[in-house]
Design a protein around this ligand. Structure first.
Ligand code: TYD
Ligand code: MG
Length: 462
């Protein structure tokens, strides 16, 4: 017979449940995250013994023509791009981001755009009073948009309100961490509350066929606050990122059941809300100081869209026993690898230098193709040289120092040519379109197969 436990101890970071309190969660290793909560008691008689009474399912075949999921456009092309072509009715999206990044602004603009397009949009604000939301809408020039608004944190009230709705197309919950249900004893924002609220809302969205957008907070290390279970039950997780010192904001899908996850949406936070940026390269290169030593332009790809961005390096003599390596917008381990390869394969030493690497504009690069641009910036800074302002780089570097071909080489070159670049250092391997080959091509290409070839043109190895 199962013991009816009165309370359980739940880690607020990962959702792991244990029967005793401890200072450190054994599952995720975080400290001081375990909180006592009332146990969710399973209904009596539940268990495998009753499974034999289940209904026999009619199994279907995988084959058969199934249409693409129907979608509606959000009226915001950047948001359409990230979601894979629009929002699927009945789907649940979680928008996660740091406080003040612009989640409420984005969702209010979205609700207003859909309202104006004749759809029924309902906005539940758990963080701001209705008057505050109205004030923001007025400031954004959306005061006249037909959006239904309620300031509410009670899950029961929200579900009751939604049950009365005949035709809701979009429901926004800002935020999931503020909701609470009186059926649970745990505090709002705790794992049990967040999980319960998400599950009830997802059930509503699926049965009513209405799209649901949940705002989720992130913890200080960038994880979505609350149990991982929330990320599992939603269809799409969008993370809204950006550096508060910059006006650019990037919307990135980290999970998407209805589309690819490699597309990004680029926005700029302006006086009148978020403005969509259709041509991000121009934005990221806009503030460039082409005469600064130690900078190189990387022709990158975000999904199907090429994006040119500047990589800045500062290599300075170090007074420290262990020199400092710091990186913003790129992976620390990738920088360490690159420095090791430069030292081992090209004989360039950074042992007595501090190295700083920064991706301009607050963009975060994950592509390995950025290796070559980063290497060029590092070498140029070490030699205190300025690279040609009309030069771009891309290519992945392996541990042997070999430069590997990158995907979409043609698209990267086309974007560079469009923006007035005239030279490119790119991998020797890989196909490129005919227009970039031979005399009279728009870009003068230097195709290299080893990192040594790059270093040879840049000082230390001369
Ligand atoms: P907000 O949407 O409230 O962020 P979140 O919901 O993610 O916490 O955005 C708040 C920030 O955006 C705030 O610091 C001010 C800035 N902002 C603008 O610059 N322009 C605007 O038109 C609006 C509405 C906000
Ligand atoms: Mg907000």
């Amino acid at each position: 017979m199962a013991k009816a436990a009165k309370s359980q101890f739940v880690c607020q970071s990962c959702g792991a449940v244990s029967s005793r309190w401890s200072g450190k969660c054994v599952s995720c290793g975080d400290w001081n995250t375990i909180v006592e909560e009332a146990a969710e008691v399973a209904p009596p008689g539940s268990g495998l013994a009753r499974a034999s009474k289940g209904r026999v399912l009619k199994l279907e075949s995988l084959a058969g023509v199934s249409k693409e999921a129907p979608r509606f456009s959000t009226g915001m092309p950047e948001l359409d791009r990230v979601t894979g072509g629009g929002i699927v009715p009945g789907s649940v999206l979680l928008i996660a981001g740091e406080p003040g990044i612009g989640k409420s602004t984005l969702l209010l603009q979205l609700a207003a755009a859909l309202g104006r397009a004749g759809r029924r949009a309902i906005y539940f604000s758990g963080e701001e009073a209705a008057a505050q939301v109205r004030l923001r809408a007025a400031r954004l020039g959306l005061g006249d948009a037909p959006v239904a608004l309620a300031a509410e944190t009670s899950l029961t009230n929200i579900l009751a309100t939604l049950a009365e709705e005949k035709r809701a197309d979009l429901v926004v919950i800002d935020s999931i961490q503020t909701l609470w249900s009186d059926a649970l004893e745990a505090a709002p924002g705790s794992v049990s509350q967040v999980r319960a609220a998400t599950q009830s809302l997802v059930r509503y969205a699926k049965s009513a066929g209405c799209a649901l957008l949940l705002v989720g907070h992130v913890t200080k290390d960038g994880q979505i606050a609350g149990p991982k279970a929330v990320e599992h039950v939603v269809d799409t997780v969008l993370s809204f990122e950006g550096d508060r010192g910059h006006t650019y904001r990037i919307l990135r899908a980290t999970k998407n059941r209805f589309g690819a996850t490699d597309e990004i949406g680029v926005f700029e936070m302006a006086e009148t809300g978020l403005r969509e940026v259709a041509n991000p390269s121009e934005l990221f290169l806009g503030e460039r100081d082409a005469n600064a030593p130690g900078t190189a332009v990387f022709a990158g790809m975000e999904g199907t869209r090429p994006i040119l961005v500047e990589m800045q390096a500062l290599v300075a003599p170090s007074g420290l026993g262990v020199p400092r390596r710091a990186v913003v917008g790129w992976e620390q381990s990738r920088l360490a690898m690159l420095i090791a390869v430069l030292e081992a394969r090209c004989g360039v030493s950074f042992a007595h230098h501090d190295v700083y690497l920064n991706v301009a504009g607050g963009l975060r690069i994950v592509e390995p193709a950025a290796d070559l641009a980063a290497a060029a910036a590092l070498l140029a800074s070490l030699a205190n040289r300025t690279l040609s302002p009309k030069l771009i780089h891309f290519g992945e570097i392996s541990l042997s120092g070999a430069v590997r071909a990158s995907p979409h080489m043609g698209l990267r070159l086309k974007e560079a040519a469009k923006l007035g670049f005239t030279e490119a250092v790119i991998p020797a391997g890989g196909e490129i379109p005919k227009e970039f080959n031979g005399k009279g091509a728009k870009l003068a290409l230097r195709r290299i197969s080893h990192l040594k070839d790059l270093a040879a043109g840049l000082g230390p190895c001369d």
